[in-house]
Unconditional design. Sequence first.
Length: 79
Amino acid sequence: MAGKALMAQAIAIAEMIGLDADVAVEWSLAAMQEMVTEINADPKGSAASMTSKYDQRCQTLLMDSVTRLPALIEQDGAD
């Protein structure tokens, strides 16, 4: 459920800053493929690796989405 919500937000943000929705989807697919490659390379250590690498970022995305959107839009305007 959280993944669907985050993808919907990513697509909405992409569209708000003038990107095609496919950009968010392609980025997500590339990130997932990278994670699968890492997991397959070290199945026994993959849980610890994924937690140390992504847990905090994912928690931030879930808890801080209200402030992320304006920050991304502001950042886009500065570019």
